[in-house]
Design a protein around this ligand. Sequence first.
Ligand SMILES: Cc1cc2nc3c(=O)[nH]c(=O)nc-3n(C[C@H](O)[C@H](O)[C@H](O)COP(=O)(O)O)c2cc1C
Length: 214
Amino acid sequence: MRDLEGLIKGRRSIRQWKKQEVPDELLKKAVELATWAPNGGNYQGWRFIIVKKKEINERIANAVQSVTDKIASWPEAVTWQEDVQRYQKNASFFRNAPACIGVFTGEYQSPMDKVLIVRESFDPEAKEILGFRRSAPTAIQSAAAAVTTMLLVFYGMGLGAVWLVSPIQAKKEIEAILKVPSNKNLICLVAVGYPDESPQRNRKPVDQVLEFVY
Ligand SMILES: Cc1cc2nc3c(=O)[nH]c(=O)nc-3n(C[C@H](O)[C@H](O)[C@H](O)COP(=O)(O)O)c2cc1C
């Protein structure tokens, strides 16, 4: 238990890496262990694409930066100018990562979803319940479990990784660059390499976020 606590608390998001290449076997092992994460219906609709080719990662990073710059240039961004500029500055740092993993998933339909989908057009209650299910999609929760597992494995291997959702803005471009089939959707990228920084991060005390119901 102490080892597990050390692993969980010691992991940090890493955004600066050494140039050193990450061996394929480590990347493959991390993805393999990630697929042991709990997932809805054991459907395993996830797919992983590991990009090690610098030129491809550059193209992805450029696409993300370009969409981010476009959003930042819209007049509505002025209201949050400082935050938007900070976001814009950090949008594509993952171009320097020795490896970048695209995490994708297909849609998952449980038996409940199938029933509700047939009824939603004429039954408001079914439509409402389907809305509840769609507010917390099983496929995305499953992919998140895999990504969490992967980050812990990378940390255990002495690697440093970061979970990146901001690239989702360039979903269309990324899926085209990586030739992703149309039934799979980008969830996030995970950038990984040997860490070249040791950031510190804290958490709120558990009593601030926990409630027991007896
Ligand atoms: C769903 C999710 C999305 C995230 N997206 C980004 C991101 O787009 N860019 C980034 O630099 N970090 C991103 N992170 C990393 C968080 O900023 C980081 O986990 C948080 O600040 C806590 O720091 P720690 O991971 O070092 O404990 C994301 C993390 C999660 C779980």
